[in-house]
Design a protein around this ligand. Structure first.
Ligand code: SAM
Length: 248
């Protein structure tokens, strides 16, 4: 099932949380000269327009990045703010970067990136936007399992599923376990929604039992619409880079 389209949600509160931590992690990891790998299992199209029909229909960016900018939530030197400014300098003031373009802002010529996106139209848009990376039209977990441990071995994997079916929550800990066994030094970050029906909690309990030292950052916010079940955003990070817990 591939009915989820991130264009309706780009720049919302969950993106702000996820993308802030992603930018802080990559900013830190790319300060060392050593090359790194960046992998994403669910990449999306890479570039969004906050003045597009989809974004205007939900208004979610108004409650997320646009409010953050109006109210100066991000400090002046925040890595996410810098990445957004750089993207807008190239793509115009209504542009908003997805995670692949945030990564592209930090990655250097010596780094390698692999991005998976299964939806045909999202994949086509991503392939056009993400010239810095190898773009796979493949299940993201299959891609990660095939590539890990990546070369260079130092690196980060972002797992950002659309959780369209309930079974996704049960599958994630098993898939992370397989990847972490092959790549024990990888920074593995998982985004998840905080839901009113607590569908996400079993997954988190299992991850916390297996990896008690992993970072868990959660923010709560009002639902985007009355009755909407997402009331917060979570990031779980295995082998979190130095300083990420403080920034979180
Ligand atoms: N990571 C992106 C960002 O932050 O900008 C957003 C990604 S969006 C939440 C999830 C994406 O995963 C959608 O574009 C969807 O088409 C894609 N997708 C769904 N199932 C997938 C799968 N099994 N493998 C790869 N991509 C998948």
């Amino acid at each position: 099932m591939l009915s989820y389209q991130h264009a309706y949600h780009a720049g919302n509160m969950a993106d702000l949380h996820k993308h802030s931590l992603l930018a802080v992690a990559l900013d830190y990891m790319t300060r060392k000269d050593k090359p790194m790998s960046y992998l994403e299992t669910h990449a999306g199209r890479g570039l969004y327009r906050l003045d597009g029909d989809e974004a205007r229909k939900t208004g979610e960016a108004q409650m997320g990045i646009l409010r953050a900018e109006t109210e100066d939530w991000l400090h002046r030197d925040h890595p996410l703010g810098k990445a957004i400014s750089a993207i807008r300098a190239t793509h115009g003031p209504a542009a908003y970067p997805g995670s692949p373009l945030i990564a592209a802002h930090f990655l250097r010529p010596q780094d390698r990136a692999h991005l998976a996106e299964l939806h045909p139209a999202e994949h086509a848009a991503l392939a056009e936007t993400a010239g810095f990376a190898t773009v796979h039209r493949q299940d993201g977990f299959q891609m990660a399992l095939a590539i890990c441990p990546p070369s260079p071995r130092r690196g980060m994997l972002l797992i950002d599923p659309s959780y369209e079916v309930k079974a996704d929550y049960a599958a994630v800990p098993r898939q992370i376990g397989q990847i972490a066994r092959k790549w024990n030094i990888g920074v593995i970050a998982l985004w998840y929604p905080l839901l009113t029906d607590s569908r996400h909690t079993g997954m988190l309990t299992e991850l916390t039992q297996t990896y008690p030292h992993a970072l868990r950052s959660e923010v709560r916010f009002p639902p985007a619409r009355a009755g909407h079940s997402m009331v917060g955003s979570g990031m779980w990070v295995l082998n979190a880079p130095y300083g990420l817990a403080d920034e979180a």
